[in-house]
Write a protein that binds this ligand. Structure first.
Ligand SMILES: *Cc1c(COP(=O)(O)O)cnc(C)c1O
Length: 363
């Protein structure tokens, strides 16, 4: 057996070992068919079933009723959703509202601004994204088409702890880095979307989950391949979907179910993150958390140290000790540990121990 690293990569990220092993076992001959899944028609019965089962499983795990929501499997990553959302749901006579809480949120906003009228409902850019703005007093214009939130800010390490109350405007969430990591009342959303490569599987498939009644209002003035309605009408088999990525997601969802689903993973994730936050808070400034305590994410844990030199030493020594992926995003520097669902408790415990020893050595 090869030695596996403690993988804290931000995305593509750690997958459960059991999932990798099962995928390996089925790789060459898929379920006794004599060919691999990679070579199989997406119109075959096996693939159709896999596709449908995976959609049902996802809704089940998200606690969303199949009668009200469509699950779409698309390509292009979460970034393509930044553009597809306004193409479909921002008519010329309305305004799309965005809450800017990090660089992905800002990218989503910028893409929408190419396509229609947009407005910033709230922003924490003035403070380097270090907090989540309070939306309590936010007044949305009467012509609001939707309000877009990035529920978990992957690069910065912050998140909305609750879904904000903003009246009757349709809510849309980018949940790429927190989907199925905690229990939330997702029926509050008209649409959620997520690239798979953080909590759902490998890169290559993106899920969009859209309320059926909202879907009816989507634009029909855009090319068919850009319409959510096209994917809904054809159960995401309008054109060739990323079949193998969907299969991997299927395995990850089954693993998620075995773990007890989002409610149980939320507890585990809280425990895992606390091991690391306790070290950050308990070393009198050796490690400096970047985010207001109340807004901290359990998925992406960020911190800085007193100099770039010591940060470099930290990364180097962490590598030598079997840790992967702890450097912060190139746009912000510092450190980031991404502890998604598939990152085991032992990895977080090992990281906490390493951080403690490192602080003793250099502090
Ligand atoms: C990773 C990420 C993205 C970008 O995803 P791609 O699939 O690479 O386009 C967007 N939003 C959030 C919150 C992310 O974590």
């Amino acid at each position: 057996m090869t030695k596996r690293l403690y993988n804290f990569n931000p995305g593509p990220a750690a997958l459960p070992l059991e999932v990798l092993e099962e995928a390996q076992e089925t790789f060459v001959d898929f379920q006794g068919t004599g060919i691999s899944l990679l070579e199989m028609s997406h119109r075959s019965r096996g693939v159709e079933q896999l596709n449908q089962e995976t959609q049902q499983l996802l809704l089940h795990l998200l606690n969303l009723p199949t009668s009200d929501y469509e699950v779409l499997f698309m390509g292009g990553g979460a970034s393509t959703q930044f553009a597809l959302l306004p193409m479909n749901f921002l008519p010329a006579n309305q305004t799309a509202h965005y809450v800017l809480t990090g660089s992905f949120a800002e990218k989503a906003y910028k893409e929408a601004a190419y396509l229609g009228k947009t407005q910033i409902a709230a922003s924490s850019k003035d403070q380097n994204w270090q907090y989540i703005p309070d939306l309590h007093e936010t007044e949305l214009t009467a012509d609001a088409a939707y309000l877009h939130l990035t529920l978990n800010n992957t690069i910065e390490g912050s998140r909305f702890q609750q879904i904000p109350e903003v009246g009757s405007t349709p809510l849309v969430a980018d949940m790429t880095s927190d989907i199925l990591s905690r229990q939330l009342d997702l029926e509050r959303f008209s649409m959620i979307y997520a690239g798979a490569q953080k909590n759902l599987g490998p890169a290559g498939v993106t899920v969009a989950i859209v309320r059926k009644t909202w879907l009816q209002q989507a634009s029909t003035q855009i090319p068919e391949i850009m319409r959510y309605e096209t994917f809904a009408k054809h159960q995401s088999l309008y054109n060739t979907p990323p079949v193998h990525a969907i299969y991997m997601m299927n395995l990850v969802l089954k693993w998620t179910l075995q773990q007890g689903g989002a409610a149980s993973l939320e507890l585990q994730n809280k425990h895992k993150a606390k091991l690391i936050y306790d070290i950050i808070d308990g070393t009198s400034g050796f490690y400096q958390g970047l985010i207001a305590h109340k807004d901290r994410s359990d998925m992406n844990i960020t911190w800085r140290m007193s100099s770039e030199q010591i940060e470099k030493a930290f990364i180097q020594e962490s590598r030598e000790n079997g840790f992967e992926g702890l450097a912060g995003h190139r746009s912000v520097g510092g450190m980031r540990a991404s502890a998604y669902n598939a990152v085991p408790l032992e990895a977080c415990q090992a990281l906490a121990d390493f951080m403690k020893a490192f602080a003793r050595k250099y502090g």
